[in-house]
Each structure stands twice: as structure tokens, then as C-alpha cells.
Ligand binder design. Structure first.
Ligand code: AMP
Length: 206
């Protein structure tokens, strides 16, 4: 099943996507992680994306759609994926629906992680201290929150209109409880494997 893990920056979607992927064996596809890997490699794509990411803005839709199209065409993605950070705009969602539809597929579930904005700010500042992500500074964070509200929140309405199953999950409880709730919604066994729980200490959020 194609699952979209949806949530604001700092809602914990990256951490949860990783843990759910480890438990269910479903590939975790994070467009932020793909872009950060391109930046680290110094590829043409990475050089184009880096200043955009550092400002907290969004990388152009056509580039993101091409990235996701080639990732979803990989053999491990045929049984489904957990999408983290994509789609982030309504045009991206429309492009995703079209590309899936061409192969008789569709988004099966949107999991929306809902977290209070004050808790989000606190988590992101903690993540900045732990991982030193270059877009976790106050200016970029403010830009990312504005972009989220303006461009990304309407993606949920897109899936409401499409009649896609949407589950809203409270992302404020401790990491293990949120993971258990997501696994319950997915109908998967709720005990995360030891490897997944070792990352709980970091309590980072993306
Ligand atoms: P994330 O790790 O998901 O928070 O993504 C980090 C940054 O990568 C974002 O602030 C954007 O600049 C860029 N990015 C990641 N995914 C997308 C996307 N689907 N569309 C546009 N930009 C993206």
C-alpha cells in the first residue's frame, strides 16, 4: 500500500516513518533524505536544491515529481512505500495520483500527524542541537512553517476530495506510543523491533 505520512516540520513524521518502515518492512521514501544525499554527493541536483532547502523554501514541483517517479519505479517499491515529505503541494499530489493511476495504483492511506506548534518549535530546536541540520535555524524554520501552512496543508483537502482514507494521529505523546498508534491503524503488529527502538533516545523529529 502507498501510505503518505503527512505532518508539519517537526511533527515527528521522519522518525515515525523510519520506525514503521523498520517494523513492517515497507520502504521509507523521504524526499528530504534523498535531497540531502544529493547535496552531500555534490551532484547537479544537490547544488540546485541546497540553497532552496537552506532558505526553508520548496524545491520545484517538476524536480520532485521526477525524483519520486524514479524512486517508485524501483523494484522494492512495487509492494508499497511510506512516503515522508512528499507530496508537499497540491500539484505534487495530482502528479502522484496520475503516475500511480498509470500503473493501476493509488494512495491507500494518508496518516496525518498532528502536533501543537509550540511542541514543534521545541522539538526542532532540540533536533538542531543534535543533528546540526542546516535548515533547522529560526529563520528557515519560520519559512518552512509558512510554506507548510500555505502549500502543504491543502494537500489533505485534496485527498479528502479524492475520497482517500485519512487517519489523524496525535503526534504529541512519546515516540513509542505514536509508533504503536500508527501500527494499529496500519493493522501491523504493535511491538517495534529492537533496532527501531534504539533510535528513540534521539527523539528527533522531521
Ligand atoms: P524534510 O526533510 O522533509 O523536512 O525536507 C527538507 C527540505 O527539502 C524541505 O524544507 C524542502 O526544501 C525540501 N523538500 C523535501 N521534500 C520536498 C518536496 N516534496 N517538495 C519540495 N521540496 C521538498
Amino acid at each position: 500500500m502507498i501510505v503518505i505520512l503527512f505532518g508539519a516540520p517537526g511533527s515527528g513524521k521522519g522518525t515515525q516513518a523510519e520506525r514503521v518502515a523498520a517494523t513492517t518492512g515497507t520502504p521509507h521514501v523521504s524526499t528530504g533524505a534523498i535531497l540531502r544525499a544529493e547535496v552531500a554527493r555534490g551532484s547537479a541536483l544537490g547544488r540546485e536544491a541546497q540553497p532552496i532547502m537552506e532558505s526553508g523554501a520548496l524545491v520545484p514541483d517538476d524536480l520532485m515529481v521526477r525524483i519520486i517517479e524514479s524512486r517508485l519505479a524501483e523494484p522494492d517499491a512495487t509492494g508499497g512505500v511510506i512516503l515522508d515529505g512528499f507530496p508537499r503541494t497540491v500539484p505534487q499530489a495530482e502528479a502522484l495520483d496520475l503516475m500511480l493511476g498509470r500503473n493501476g495504483r493509488e494512495v491507500g492511506l494518508v496518516l496525518s500527524l498532528e502536533v501543537d506548534p509550540d511542541l514543534i518549535r521545541e522539538r526542532i530546536l532540540r533536533r538542531a542541537a543534535i543533528d546540526g541540520r542546516s535548515d533547522d535555524n529560526p529563520e528557515a524554520l519560520a519559512a518552512r512553517m509558512r510554506v507548510y501552512q500555505r502549500d502543504t496543508e491543502p494537500v489533505v483537502d485534496h485527498y479528502v476530495r479524492a475520497g482517500t482514507r485519512i487517519e489523524r494521529i496525535d503526534g504529541s505523546p512519546p515516540i513509542d506510543l505514536v509508533t504503536a498508534e500508527i501500527l494499529k491503524v496500519l493493522g501491523a503488529p504493535t511491538a517495534p523491533p529492537a533496532a527501531a527502538s534504539t533510535i528513540a533516545g534521539a527523539e528527533t523529529a522531521s
